[in-house]
Design a binder for this molecule. Sequence first.
Ligand code: HEM
Length: 145
Amino acid sequence: MATGKASSSDGEGPEVETSVTYYRLEEVAKRNSSKEIWLVIHGRVYDVTRFLEEHPGGEEVLLEQAGIDASESFEDVGHSSDAREMLKQYYIGDVHPCDLKTDSGKDPLKNNSCKSCWSLWVLPILGAVLLGFLYRYYTSESRSS
Ligand code: HEM
């Protein structure tokens, strides 16, 4: 879990500070039992545990989507605007930016873009060392001949 600050201001009065809690998909995936159900809809994380029995579509469908991205299923049903309003009550945070789907359509769990890419700095260093050796080799060759 990570917390980030997001500030908003409507142009009137003092600026309001709101903090956003970020959740990794791994964490959401753990909440997949009837004791605790979290799901993701459009990059936002919802704790629907207390909504299970109240859901007009039944608890079964929510259990099926537990711990995963339910955006598609949620949209497929064609939920009303009332249902969308209800989402706010169960909102607990956002999906961590590292886990958001990329344009290339990669599996977000396998999205490595946030891990430091060692090849980015190791390869140029190896190249520089190699060039240094070559330079020394050729300059010593030309001196001895
Ligand atoms: C926090 C998330 C959700 C909320 C607040 C919510 C809310 C609602 C509400 C208020 C309805 C009544 C119909 C309407 O107003 O649209 C409904 C129906 C339904 N929902 Fe959800 N829902 C949620 C998530 C889901 C998910 C993830 C599924 C997955 C398939 C789902 C499947 C259904 C189905 C099948 C119905 C019945 C539709 C019908 O009878 O026509 N819901 N939901």
